[in-house]
Design a protein around this ligand. Structure first.
Ligand code: SAM
Length: 216
C-alpha cells in the first residue's frame, strides 16, 4: 500500500474537487473532506495511479470503491451534522467511512464481505479513524445500536428495507440507491413521524448490489 501523501497527490485531489464541484457538489464540508482524504490509500495497487480519476474501481471480493462524485453526492444528501450517529451499510474500502468521520459523525459501519471487513478494520485505525465495525447483513440494520440520525446505504437495494426506516430517528434521513442490477434511483427517506415518511428521488446511479444473507 502506498502510504505517502505527496504534493502531487494533494494537487490531484484539488483537481478532483474542482471536477466534482463542476458536476454540482456544493457542500463546502463535503468538498473539504474529499480534498483531505488520500483516496489512493484505499485503492488496490493495480489502480493506485487512477485514484484521483472520478471513477469507481475494483477492490477485493468483487466489490468497488465508489466514484468520488457519488460519494460526495450521497454525503451531501445525508446532511450530516457534527456528532450525528450514522449507520453506514457497505464499508467497502472504508473511504466513505472516513469522509463521514471528517464531517464529525460517529460511524457504525457494516460489511458482509469478511475479507473487506478484516482489511478495513485494521487499516482505518492505523490512519487515525476509529468507527465501530460490524461484520454482517446490512439489510437488518443494527438493531442493538438504533436509533440513528442518518443511515447511508452504499450498495444498490431492490427495495427500502423496513428494518432501516424503523431504526431511523424521527427527523432522520436515509440515503439509499434503489433499483436492480441495471441501475438504481438515488433515494432519500425523511422520517417525519413513526409512520410518515417523505421519499424523494435524485437521479440514476449504478452500484454493486446489496446482497442479503440468504443470497450468500
Ligand atoms: N462506500 C464504499 C467505499 O467508499 O469504498 C463502497 C462500497 S461498495 C460500492 C458496496 C459495499 O456494500 C460492498 O463492499 C459490498 O460487499 C457491501 N454490501 C453488499 N451487500 C451488503 C449487505 N447486505 N450488508 C453489508 N454490506 C453489504
Amino acid at each position: 500500500m502506498n502510504m505517502i501523501d505527496s504534493y502531487r497527490h494533494k494537487g490531484l485531489r484539488k483537481q478532483l474537487v474542482e471536477e466534482i464541484k463542476r458536476k454540482g457538489i456544493r457542500d463546502e464540508n463535503v468538498l473539504a473532506a474529499i480534498e483531505k482524504i488520500p483516496r489512493h490509500y484505499f485503492m488496490n495497487s493495480s489502480f493506485i495511479e487512477f485514484a484521483y480519476e472520478d471513477q469507481a474501481f475494483p477492490i477485493d471480493a468483487g466489490q468497488t470503491i465508489s466514484q468520488p462524485y457519488t460519494v460526495a453526492f450521497q454525503t451531501e444528501l445525508l446532511q450530516v451534522r457534527k456528532g450525528d450517529k450514522v449507520l453506514e451499510i457497505g464499508t467497502g474500502s472504508g473511504y466513505q467511512t472516513t469522509i463521514l468521520m471528517e464531517l464529525g459523525a460517529k460511524v457504525y459501519t457494516i460489511e458482509r464481505q469478511k475479507v473487506l471487513y478484516d482489511k478495513v478494520k485494521s487499516f482505518l485505525p492505523s490512519i487515525g479513524y476509529k468507527p465501530k465495525f460490524f461484520y454482517g447483513d446490512g439489510y437488518l440494520g443494527l438493531h442493538a445500536f438504533a436509533p440513528f440520525d442518518r443511515i447511508l446505504v452504499t450498495a444498490g437495494a431492490p427495495y427500502i428495507p423496513e428494518a432501516l426506516t424503523s431504526q431511523l430517528k424521527i427527523g432522520g434521513i436515509l440515503v439509499i440507491p434503489v433499483g436492480d442490477s441495471m441501475g438504481q434511483e438515488m433515494t432519500t427517506v425523511y422520517k417525519k413521524t413513526e409512520t410518515e415518511f417523505e421519499i424523494k428521488q435524485w437521479g440514476g446511479f449504478r452500484f454493486v448490489p446489496l446482497v442479503g444473507d440468504s443470497e450468500r
